[in-house]
Design a protein around this ligand. Sequence first.
Ligand code: ADP
Ligand code: MG
Length: 259
Amino acid sequence: MAADVAAAIADQDVAIRLESVHRAYRTGRTSVTALEGISLVVPRGSFTCIVGASGCGKSTMLNLIAGLDQPSAGKVTVHGRTGLMFQESALFPWLTVAANVELPLKLRKVPRVRRRERVAELLDLVHLGDFAKKRPHELSGGMRQRVALARSFAQDADVLLMDEPFAALDAMTRDTMHDELESIWQRTGCTVLFVTHNVREAARLGDRIMLLSSRPGRVVDTFDVAIERPRRIEDRGVGELSTIVTARLREEVARHGRR
Ligand code: ADP
Ligand code: MG
């Protein structure tokens, strides 16, 4: 997004603002520029998807926004509390499913009775009400990821940062997760920043799709997604938009290969 466009959005309508953000990694004597001069604005309440080839700096960007990492130069501003979800469920193996979901509520000192209610509500939402007392190893990968989704909602974040959260799931499970995520986003009005290398998934979920280029990572294009909700991944509009975005992505990858 052009800097002047980014500046034109009033502060109270902004969830995330990146201004000329740079991140270089030193490994021995060489330095890898993961992100070069990224400027972008994520409007409050939006569902923004970031797509880009593997290694283009998507995770680096999310970690900077989450405050897990610091930029080498530039400025990252986030309004509100962030919640995180990764590709691996990262559950605590010694805790039950319910206790895993309860943890963020405990950390925020939510009273016990209220915690119980919330955990039951969230487990129902991801269709795991009957699995509250199980341990993570007793669940399938898809079920574990659904627990992680419930736990990320338990963070009651204003800004939910998701790094390829459904990449390892089968198509059917992913479909269900898309529906659940979409309905929670609509209900809570939170801001979602969703990273994926799956263009079709981005077109299914996002209000906007930002395209990141490779080494160094820069925002090369932004697409508005004007497809009516609720959507299905097999919708014709979703397919048409992913064809356009994929072509643009391919162009970027080819351009990168020539350098
Ligand atoms: P993506 O999530 O888009 O696949 P990453 O953000 O993980 O990409 O990585 C972007 C680039 O930065 C890659 O070239 C990667 O090798 C490099 N990189 C990421 N993390 C580190 C690190 N801790 N040390 C050195 N290089 C890194
Ligand atoms: Mg990544």
